[in-house]
Design a protein around this ligand. Structure first.
Ligand code: AMP
Length: 220
């Protein structure tokens, strides 16, 4: 085991920018970006049984059951590259997931170094999520406010039409925020009790958010 490996959780609502921040941590510190939502979407693209099951929950904005989610993430972090450290994005989302993660890391003599609570108000999240559109062909992500395509509704790279993720449609967005507030936000108390939480103001300009996150990670 690499004793300097960092294990960081990005805890924040959907639309807080966790994916973007995770990429910075990967570039700066070599941590592997483990995003449960991306793992599910890979399974959906490959039409695996896990993907079919996950999609039925994801399209409605509901959480995928803990047992399958935990198994999928544990399989990912057991791979050798994760010994360098991991930035968790979108996992854990429930108490059971948090406990399963702690137990799995403890078995390897590892532990979470920090939980970064990326704080963004609900009204801002709704605006951000409904502005996210992706290319139907290559998955390139646009934001109608901060990063619009050159031609409305078309991908800059291949001219394919832009679509909304099913779970970025208005009813699913509302449900995802509700689920976050009810099931995931309470994890803050779990991690506060362990002295691990660092609050990051997620509505600052992106470079300021990044600087705050890097500052915490550097001290670990
Ligand atoms: P995300 O890309 O993180 O916003 O996740 C998209 C969707 O995948 C969520 O709305 C859930 O349906 C599902 N999902 C992702 N991560 C988890 C998780 N840790 N537990 C349960 N469901 C998850």
């Amino acid at each position: 085991m690499n004793s300097t490996a960092k294990f960081i959780i990005l805890l924040g609502p959907p639309g807080a920018g966790k994916g973007t921040q995770a990429k910075i941590l990967h570039q700066r510190f070599g941590m592997v970006h483990v995003a449960s939502g991306d793992l599910f979407r890979e399974n959906i693209a490959k039409q695996t049984p896990l993907g079919v099951l996950a999609k039925s929950f994801m399209d409605k904005g509901e959480l995928v059951p803990d047992d399958v989610t935990v198994r999928m993430v544990m399989e990912r972090i057991a791979k050798p590259d994760c010994a360098r450290g991991v930035v968790f994005d979108g996992f854990p989302r429930t108490d059971a997931q948090a406990q399963a993660l702690d137990a799995a890391l403890a078995r390897e003599n590892k532990k979470i170094g920090a939980v970064l609570w990326v704080n963004v108000r609900d009204q801002e999240l709704v605006a951000r999520l409904s502005a996210r559109w992706i290319c139907s062909l290559d998955g390139a992500v646009y934001n109608l406010i901060t990063n619009p395509p050159r031609v409305a509704g078309k991908c800059d790279l291949d001219d394919s039409s832009l679509v909304q993720r099913d779970d970025d449609k208005p009813a699913a967005v509302q449900r995802r925020l509700q689920v976050f507030n009810n099931q995931t936000k309470p994890l803050l108390e779990y991690y506060r009790a362990a002295g691990l939480v660092h609050e990051i103001q997620g509505e600052q300009p992106i470079d300021r958010v990044q600087a705050d996150i890097v500052r915490v990670a550097e001290k670990l």
